[in-house]
Design a protein around this ligand. Structure first.
Ligand code: UTP
Length: 481
């Protein structure tokens, strides 16, 4: 039902009926007392939820726990190694060439998922606005935009940038990008669109929580929501108009990611893959990364917590973990694959994953907002990697931790701004050392200087060949290239 074609009474009646059927009628408790604009708001929220599906999810994910059905047979997924083994060097050369040709021909888009709430980091604002780099404190969005500018210049092409937000941070993100003049990109080539939302559910009763008398407690429906939102929000249609064949998918929290990587795109295209992934070899068996596996002939990610210990700990004769490929949320997807998912007969649905979270809520008895100290709610999210089993072809390329993985997730400790900064400095040092620059290091091997290489200067070590570099860096110096 669209909000324009029906009267308020009809919309109210439809909402009431849907809510009654799944035992969520309490959401209308304050309706009669609301102002017309607030009624509109609440009804619009209700119309955005699939209540039948929600009813089923309350049963399967709150009243019960989703059953973990591990397949009888799980094999490790094959991966393209990095660096290339001698037998693959020629294929990598060819793939890189193909990736560059696809970029030059304007067939590749960059896509950043930035709809998450970033609660662990606790930054006041969209995570993309977080100052990430060691010297300039360039925000994450700036890192991606500068990367795209450099790639556009290298390959004389346009790389449109799609940014997925959520209704929680959409307006702030748009305003921020505009205020910063899209970090030098052409505004016409930056497309911002919001993902869908899911209601938060009371941990015990499964009742949908309200955040105010006129608002349901909604949160973004997970990065898996990008696969629907790309289609429903018109991004796929826009891509088709522009002739985009491949979508380079990255998360907003990794300033070191190769926003578009010709080798990765080329291998994916050469092997006619529909959705491909990058992996890091896990540092230890239960590292908190999803495991790339083959199940029933299909690429599948099994979460670290779900992979049985005996499999996680298996080793090959050379000592390597048998299940070593960890997922770091870097993908390439064919545009027509995303379209085909959304136009399948009967639709497509990714499984929901449950997470227990602290969600402030309106206590309907007292009319007060409660800020819980302990998790009180179930949030339901879908994950983008759950689309992999829909692929008939999918490749994985290994990458290097220091080169490409400096995530900012937590306020401190692991995967925090300070670990990310140290990784960015180490990478800059390696790139400079590869060009013969002497970089000061401590006895333990750490870099004893603050270094930052702007993506506008170099997005790979080879780009430094055109840059005048010093012979050495002074100890404790702060140097921006
Ligand atoms: P995370 O899983 O780290 O979640 O997202 P988060 O919401 O950013 O952070 P926490 O868990 O609240 O601390 C990984 C990537 O997926 C995006 C995030 O923006 C980030 O780029 N994401 C996550 C979405 O785009 N939508 C979502 O619903 C969830």
């Amino acid at each position: 039902m669209t909000s324009t074609s029906y009267s308020m009474q009809e919309r109210f009646a439809a909402a009431k009926q849907a809510l009654e059927q799944c035992d969520q009628l309490h959401l209308l408790a304050y309706y009669e007392a609301l102002l017309p604009a607030d009624r509109q708001h609440l009804l619009a929220q209700m119309e955005s939820v699939d209540w039948q599906e929600l009813g089923r999810l309350v049963e399967s994910h709150v009243r019960q726990r989703p059953e973990l059905k591990l397949p009888d047979r799980i094999d490790p997924a094959p991966c393209y190694p990095w660096p290339a083994s001698p037998d693959l060097r020629e294929k990598y050369r060819h793939a890189r060439q193909l990736g560059e040709d696809l970029l030059r021909a304007g067939k590749v888009a960059a896509f950043t998922v930035a709809g998450g709430q970033g609660t662990r980091l606790g930054w006041n604002g969209p995570k993309g606005t977080f100052p990430a780099t060691p010297i300039r404190k360039l925000p994450l969005f700036g890192c991606f935009a500068e990367y795209i500018r450099k790639a556009q210049q290298k390959y004389s092409c346009v790389i449109p940038w799609y940014v997925m937000t959520s209704p929680v941070n959409d307006a702030q993100t748009r305003h921020y990008l505009q205020e910063n003049a899209y970090f030098g990109l052409d505004a016409g080539n930056v497309v911002v669109f919001p993902q869908g939302m899911m209601p938060a559910l009371d941990l015990v009763s499964g009742k949908v929580l309200m955040e105010s008398p006129s608002s349901i407690a909604l949160s973004p429906n997970g990065h898996g929501g990008s696969l629907k939102a790309l289609y429903t929000q018109g991004a796929v249609a826009d891509m088709k108009n522009r002739g985009i064949e491949h979508i380079s998918y990255v998360q907003v929290d990794n300033p070191s990611v190769r926003v578009v990587d010709p080798l990765f795109i080329g291998l994916h295209a050469l092997d006619k893959a529909q959705m491909s992934s990058k992996m890091l070899p896990k540092a230890f068996p239960k590292e908190k990364l999803g495991n790339f596996c083959i199940v029933d002939g299909r690429m599948t990610v099994i979460e670290y917590s779900d992979l049985p210990d005996e499999l996680a700990e298996q080793r090959l004769a050379n000592g390597e973990l048998r299940f070593r490929a960890g997922s770091i949320a870097i993908h390439v997807l064919r545009t027509d694959f995303v379209e085909s998912l959304n136009t399948r007969a009967g639709g497509f649905a990714l499984p929901y994953h449950r997470a227990e979270k602290k969600v402030p809520y309106l206590d309907l008895d007292t009319g007060q907002v409660v800020k819980p100290q302990n998790p009180n709610a179930v949030k339901l999210e879908t994950f983008v990697f759950d689309a992999l089993p829909f692929c008939t072809a999918s490749i994985i390329l290994q990458t290097d931790r220091i080169d490409e993985f400096a995530p900012i997730k937590n306020a401190d400790g692991i995967d925090s701004p300070s670990t990310s900064r140290a990784l960015q400095i180490e990478r800059a040092a390696r790139w400079l050392e590869a060009r013969g620059v002497k970089v000061p290091r401590s006895e333990e091997g750490g870099v004893d200087a603050i270094l930052e290489i702007s993506p506008l200067t170099a997005i790979e070590p080879g780009d430094l060949a055109d840059v005048k570099l010093p012979e050495q860096i002074e100890r404790r110096a702060s140097v921006l290239f």
